[in-house]
Design a protein around this ligand. Sequence first.
Ligand code: CTP
Ligand code: CA
Length: 229
Amino acid sequence: QAVNGATLPLAGKKALVTAGPTQEPLDPVRYISNHSSGKMGIAIADALAAAGADVTLVLGPTGLSAANPAVKTIRVVTAEEMFNGSEVHFAQSEVIVMAAAVADYRPKHVADIKMKKGEGDALTLELEKTKDILRTLGATRTDKQVLVGFSLETNNEKEYALKKLREKHLDLVVMNSLNDKGAGFNHDTNKVTLFNKNGDARELPLKSKLEVAQDIVNSIVEMLPANGA
Ligand code: CTP
Ligand code: CA
């Protein structure tokens, strides 16, 4: 593929992106979830496709879609479905960006009929951990792959982001700070800091999620091992 005679930087590369929230059912009408819109991850999927990659997007429940029709979208609901959808594409992908806000816990028991209000004033739910998709699949990564994760924090952001970078075997962690105005859930803009494997920080100014996605894709292109290497 060529644009104006120049080869696209990710032509011939497969990419896997996770985005959006997950929903963990309690009963047929209720679930546990979070405020993720999927905007940032979808923007990354579109930017990777524009750079020539063959992109699979594993997308949690959101009304939004990738703009580029070449992005192959697998829609999922739960963390377990997102794990399964990601696992089948992980090994064959050279570029992996896990931007989804995956639920860390899910109800241990899912009622098959609607739960009724009881007589008491309180209800205690028992939750169990979901599988950490990035941690589990990241443990199988090779040095031919570029692996990018996100870190959304409200406090001790840098310390937690660097911990995720290390423990999840990432090449790059995108740190989101919920404290910033104009950043985070459902905004069209975002304020992030990128940390590479050496822990070097690149703090980006507040800009549109499309521009942030382009910066992340540019970093990925720089980190990709040279062809045949
Ligand atoms: N992630 C994942 N699967 C999970 C949880 C997280 O793939 N079950 C990925 C996210 O997509 C993100 C990264 O791991 O790229 C970090 O997610 P985050 O929620 O910030 O961190 P956790 O490791 O879940 O830790 P905590 O929520 O306690 O900060
Ligand atoms: Ca989490």
